[in-house]
Design a protein. Structure first.
Length: 248
């Protein structure tokens, strides 16, 4: 292979060590410290810090805002293969029925892999931009459902900036919003990703352990989404409950 650089004797060992560090963060969860990783893997602290710094630089890991430990980054989430790539007939029927209940766009997203994966975007309406949704989940209702599940949502947000003049970029304000999302199971954004569009999303949880599986969302004009919309939220919840056993 022309131009290929052969691996040195040390490189395979370094790669294995990096993978072991990544696995340790997955197993122990957000907030694991360099010392805990070093002890668990019997790695020298200097080696552990070097690997951690590399993984942070490549966005496989992130440092928590208070620098107390580490968590998985955006690129690590992309390593997992979504276990759901399509819907069964019963689930498709539920989604289709929801679309008959509103003129707004209806989207279903799988959240079980730690990222937002649209598995049934409304064919009659433009779906959210996948790249922006992955990079700026805080500005999307479906992204907020996912962030509200995290022990520290800041670990999953590296580039917090305004997408429109309405985008919420205050950490304190967003923290309050996500606490409410976690409590109510409903997320909303009005003109934060696109000036003219808003979205309401409800969480779909597994029947047994109540883990977050997916998000069911309706999107429409930002001004209309800003209204209470209690009736459409209730209809969305009812359909989400019907989807729960079909997606878990």
């Amino acid at each position: 292979m022309t131009g290929a650089v052969p691996l040195s004797g040390r490189q395979p060992k370094a790669v294995r060590s990096a993978l072991r560090v990544l696995e340790e963060v997955v197993e122990r969860g957000s907030g694991v410290t360099a010392k805990e990783i070093s002890t668990a893997l019997a790695l020298p602290q200097a080696t552990t810090y070097r690997i951690l710094n590399l993984l942070v630089a490549e966005e496989y890991l992130v440092r928590l805002p208070d620098l107390s430990g580490f968590a998985l980054g955006l690129r690590a989430a992309r390593l997992s293969v979504p276990v759901m790539t399509g819907l069964n007939t019963a689930a498709r029927a539920v989604v289709a029925h929801m679309r008959t209940q509103t003129r707004w766009a209806v989207h279903l997203a799988y959240l079980g892999t730690g990222q937002v994966s649209l598995i049934d975007a409304d064919p009659d309406h433009p779906p959210p931009d996948a790249e922006l949704l992955a990079r700026h989940p805080y500005a999307y209702a479906l992204g907020r459902l996912l962030l509200a599940e995290q022990q520290d949502w800041r670990a999953g947000v590296r580039d917090m900036r305004s997408l429109t003049q309405h985008t919420l970029t205050s950490e304190a304000a967003l923290d309050l919003v996500l606490r409410r999302v976690a409590s109510e199971g409903v997320a909303r954004q009005c003109g934060e990703a696109r000036e003219d569009r808003g979205c309401i999303a409800v969480a779909i949880r597994a029947p047994g352990d109540h883990r977050l599986v997916a998000g069911f969302a309706v999107a429409g004009p930002a001004m209309r989404v800003a209204e209470p919309n209690e009736e459409i939220i209730e209809v969305l919840r009812q359909h989400a409950e019907r989807l729960s056993p079909l997606l878990a």
